[in-house]
Design a protein around this ligand. Sequence first.
Ligand SMILES: *[C@@H]1O[C@H](CO)[C@@H](O)[C@H](O)[C@H]1NC(C)=O
Ligand SMILES: *[C@@H]1O[C@H](CO)[C@@H](O)[C@H](O)[C@H]1NC(C)=O
Ligand SMILES: *[C@@H]1O[C@H](CO)[C@@H](O)[C@H](O)[C@H]1NC(C)=O
Ligand SMILES: *[C@@H]1O[C@H](CO)[C@@H](O)[C@H](O)[C@H]1NC(C)=O
Ligand SMILES: *[C@@H]1O[C@H](CO)[C@@H](O)[C@H](O)[C@H]1NC(C)=O
Ligand SMILES: *[C@@H]1O[C@H](CO)[C@@H](O)[C@H](O)[C@H]1NC(C)=O
Ligand SMILES: *[C@@H]1O[C@H](CO)[C@@H](O)[C@H](O)[C@H]1NC(C)=O
Length: 622
Amino acid sequence: MVLTAGGFTVLLHSLGLSQGLFKPAPRTYPTTAQGLSKAAITSDESASHAGGGINYQLQSEDPGTIDKGEPVDDAATSTGCMIDPYDAYDADEQGFSTFDQDKANVYRYRQQQSVNLGSWFVHEQWMTPSLFKCATGDQLSELDIASGWGSLDAARSVLERHWDTFINASDFDYLAGIGINTVRLPIGYWSLGPTYCEGTPFEPVAEVYQNAWSRVVRAINMAGDAGVGVLVDLHGAPGSQNGQPHSGISDGEVNLFDNDWYINKTMSVLTFLTRELINATNVVGIQILNEPSNVDSLPAFYSQAISTMRQADPLAKAFPLYIHDAFDLAHYSDFVANRSDFVVLDHHSYFVFTPGDVVEPAAQHTKDVQGPISDALAAAAARQRGNLVIGEFSCALTDESLSGEADPDAARRNFCQGQMETYRNLTAGWAFWAYDKEDCSDDHGWCFKAAIGQSLLSTFFPYGFGPIGDPSRIPALADMASNMTDSSHQDVTAVMAPFSPNDSLPSYPPTPALGLFSDKRNFMSPVSNLYRREDSAPLPDDPSERAIAKGYSDGFLTAKVFALFDMSKLGFAGQYIADSLAKLGPDVIQPGKEHFYEQWFMEGLVDGETVVTSAVAVLPRK
Ligand SMILES: *[C@@H]1O[C@H](CO)[C@@H](O)[C@H](O)[C@H]1NC(C)=O
Ligand SMILES: *[C@@H]1O[C@H](CO)[C@@H](O)[C@H](O)[C@H]1NC(C)=O
Ligand SMILES: *[C@@H]1O[C@H](CO)[C@@H](O)[C@H](O)[C@H]1NC(C)=O
Ligand SMILES: *[C@@H]1O[C@H](CO)[C@@H](O)[C@H](O)[C@H]1NC(C)=O
Ligand SMILES: *[C@@H]1O[C@H](CO)[C@@H](O)[C@H](O)[C@H]1NC(C)=O
Ligand SMILES: *[C@@H]1O[C@H](CO)[C@@H](O)[C@H](O)[C@H]1NC(C)=O
Ligand SMILES: *[C@@H]1O[C@H](CO)[C@@H](O)[C@H](O)[C@H]1NC(C)=O
């Protein structure tokens, strides 16, 4: 069928859809695809690179092909399934520290360098097989773990120990230390606790999750202590949005979308998450669903979820909400383009799941990323004001893809770093799948900790340098800050003009901008003249000049503010400008002049980032 037609495969690639055929619920798989599913990949020699993991696709169709180990239903009495009791510490008192809207704006609008914390709260057999050793049934999903291990207490011990040890505060410090500024945190509805398990397949095991939500809160706080943002991702929704084991169940069924009760339940899960997380300074957003089946009602489901969440809290109107594109980038790009609020499209990018991808040489994958895929991403980003992230990608290639390469390690490196560069250039952020797993060191394709400095670069700082601690303590940056602003703008919060409670206008950046600006003097003299002034100047009366001056000033200051905050760069610039315009209102930017504001905001932003780059360039390197 379509997969064998070379031209069509290229088209799929160009749309970023090549992996899409393999992600829907098992019952919708084309027959020809099955033989080349993740299970098939795992069974050949490429298993170690393609991720031992990929053996979860066929089970509901053909359980006989899967090695299930030795399922032990009465686990506690069977050899190997005895577990040490785990005395979980009491995390009930976990809460968030005082909300800081200005810092939250930086977290939420900045460019993201991110990793997924997979198999921490939603388990995948290929990543953490030890937790599945005494799981029940097909030993594939979270539910099989919770139902296994001989008793609910034992299963709870296994999970609580894992929550408390798999990733800890040192991991977040490590990530911040190499320039990872965000993590994507997959959770399931069961992670919200026993109440949310009622009426679902998790009801019989609800008590296993009595301490789960406090761990999620703790994870967010540990990230926050390291200055790392968190995208909370509903990976497992009530009823299952994709029938995949990584949605929590092993029966392969997608029951969410045609069942009002499950839809309501999911809305209450999303409402809870919104109310709990809206005031967490370092939560960058909530992802409504991970990799849902692309059912006809999905756009309507998304619209309902978005409006439900926006109404859940007065502050939620501007809260970033992420939707996955269900492997139909163009369609959901339209969906985001049709809206004006902070909705972000998440696209996943893998190269090991389709028959075409399995055999394609690594170098060709790299070319695809920088050619047709890059074009498709650029087109989507342009359509939807840049509200696009690559929420999952990896360095994984099959052995077959690597076999023709003279230097396989170099080929994988080019492929992986090529992806990162493309995603960084064209989207507001990328997130590697995944940070850690068992047997990590053998897996440069899927395990971030092993890929660092190998298939991936060693650091990811947006300005290429760090960590530098508090940038305002660096003489060159402090100097820059003082030259650029008057004293009222020393404080980061005062410069966040569009979002500050004080809606008075900031002054224009004086002297340092002059040099950068002089070449534009001839065609934009009104602006250049303004920037000659050392003191703060009133905005010009002419509506066009006013939009230009205010746009440039805001862009320039925004670059500085983001840099002063962990050397960040603005990522969601289009949304930031749109939200700024809405906040400034028609008295400041006359309707019809928005394009001047927008264009000159970007000019100011680029100039501001150039100033920061030069300031950073003179810092001593270690
Ligand atoms: C995190 O776990 C590692 C071992 O996995 C340990 O060396 C480190 O001390 C732990 N850090 C904290 C803050 O508990
Ligand atoms: C779902 O929620 C709607 C609105 O709250 C309600 O009218 C409907 O009865 C609910 N359906 C189910 C099956 O609970
Ligand atoms: C969030 O913070 C605002 C003030 O910053 C406060 O009015 C509101 O009640 C808080 N909401 C929650 C759910 O804590
Ligand atoms: C976007 O809006 C257009 C025009 O109203 C409409 O035809 C189209 O179906 C919408 N697309 C999506 C995905 O909602
Ligand atoms: C990314 O952007 C940089 C700077 O504009 C450019 O030099 C580089 O070629 C771009 N890379 C890709 C893969 O688009
Ligand atoms: C800041 O201003 C001082 C004197 O006004 C000047 O010596 C210094 O070079 C300026 N720094 C920058 C980064 O422009
Ligand atoms: C708002 O800004 C103006 C001008 O910078 C200042 O005079 C005023 O005190 C500020 N008001 C508040 C509430 O911060």
